[in-house]
Design a protein around this ligand. Structure first.
Ligand code: NAP
Length: 355
């Protein structure tokens, strides 16, 4: 009798993939077998998942009908070329790239919020996990919008370099050293020097002046909240290795209960409030505090007196954990809880029927 699930991690040598392997082991995910996949650049490199040492393999060498669940953490290009083929073989894809997030047949899931949408309609065999800013942001907006409807949200992000992949971490590290010694360094991953600087650009800009990241945050927030929320976003890359932060300003259609705003946040599953303003030194959650943590941290909760029913707060979250890998592992755990055979989530949707 088979016990456990056969799992694949595509992009196992990257930031999100390595953290996925770590989280699978930490949470004692019921693994039968696990395969690690990377590009031909790192073929045969050994990565670990708990005490299993895994040699990376090529995506084309895998027999996908033997795999139950595949975590895709290798970027849009790899997902666009391979995810549907893998799902056609009966393997469930949990995709971390943005490629399928706006696809009408692909659910975009934060388990604490919208697990019900996983079970709606025929399964496409692919589930997307949101952008690393969207997950913590929507976890808070959803709870607030249940108290009073949201009129407008203004978000300014402070995003760490790990959100741009492994090479971006190397760039910040090497550039910081080089600038301290030789005072010059050429940017490769980012458009300008990131060390000792901040860049008001995450992703390419569209003709309108909006960046790709800003567009993703707007569209994904609306898809998960299932509401046409007015949202203005400015994304900024900061010289921090791990941990995304953001300031959030919300305007509501009616006044929030002034006494209990903190309670609203405290009741959200997966959120921790750190807001000890009465203490001498004050205490807020910073990227360094949240690195390696699973929760979304909220600080600096206060009224925005510049508008009628306004609220301001600060979020900090480990972008590689709840922002990426943890959320995707939680999706897999939820599927197992709902249907241990996983058959509900394997592909049943027929593209030919639609045509
Ligand atoms: N980092 C975050 O905070 C975050 C959050 C949410 C979502 N995501 C998404 O997760 C994905 C991965 O991001 P990342 O930050 O982990 O990137 P990364 O550090 O650059 O890692 C990319 C991974 O993909 C692998 N890869 C590249 N081409 C491949 C191919 N043809 N076949 C198989 N594997 C291939 C790389 O293998 P090699 O080592 O062989 O090059 C590496 O393991 C992206 O779509 C990103 O948008 C990231």
């Amino acid at each position: 009798m088979k016990s456990g699930y056969n799992v694949a991690v595509v992009g196992a040598t990257g930031n999100a993939g390595m953290v996925t392997l770590r989280i699978l082991s930490e949470r004692e995910f019921p693994l039968r077998d696990i395969v690690a996949i990377a590009s031909t650049r790192t073929l045969g490199r050994v990565v670990s998942c708990g005490n299993r040492a895994l040699k990376t393999q090529k995506i084309s060498d895998i027999n996908w009908s033997d795999i139950d669940l595949a975590f895709f953490c290798a970027g849009e290009g790899v997902s666009s070329k391979n995810a549907e083929i893998v799902a056609d073989r009966g393997c469930i894809v949990i995709d971390k790239s943005s490629y399928f997030r706006q696809h009408p047949k692909v659910p975009l899931i934060i388990p604490e919020i919208n697990l019900d949408t996983l079970e709606k309609g025929a399964s496409y065999g692919i589930v997307s996990t949101p952008n690393c800013v969207v997950t913590p942001l929507v976890m808070t907006l959803k709870a607030l919008s249940e108290v009073a409807s949201l009129k407008r949200v203004v978000v300014s992000t402070y995003q760490s370099v790990s959100g741009a992949g492994r090479r971006a971490i190397d760039e910040l590290y090497n550039q910081s050293k080089e600038i301290m010694t030789t005072r010059s360094s050429r940017p490769e991953v980012f458009s300008k020097q990131i060390a000792f600087n901040i860049l008001p650009q995450v992703g390419n800009f569209y003709e309108s002046g909006i960046s790709e990241e800003e567009e993703k945050i707007t569209c994904e927030t609306r898809k998960i909240l299932m509401a046409d929320v007015k949202i203005a976003v400015t994304c900024v890359r900061v010289p921090v290795f791990i941990g995304h932060s953001m300031s959030v300003a919300c305007e509501f259609s009616k006044a929030l209960p002034t006494k209990n705003i903190r309670n609203i946040f405290e009741k959200i599953e997966g959120v921790i409030v750190i807001d000890r303003r009465g203490e001498e030194s004050g205490y807020v959650a910073t990227p360094i505090d949240v690195q390696g943590e699973d929760a979304v941290f909220v600080s600096r909760i206060r009224k925005d007196t510049s508008v009628k029913n306004g609220l301001l707060y600060w979020i900090a979250c480990d972008n590689l954990r709840k922002g990426a890998a943890l959320n995707s592992v939680q999706i897999a755990e939820s599927m197992i809880k709902i249907d241990p055979s996983l058959s509900k989530f394997r592909k049943t949707y027929s593209r030919t029927k639609e045509a």
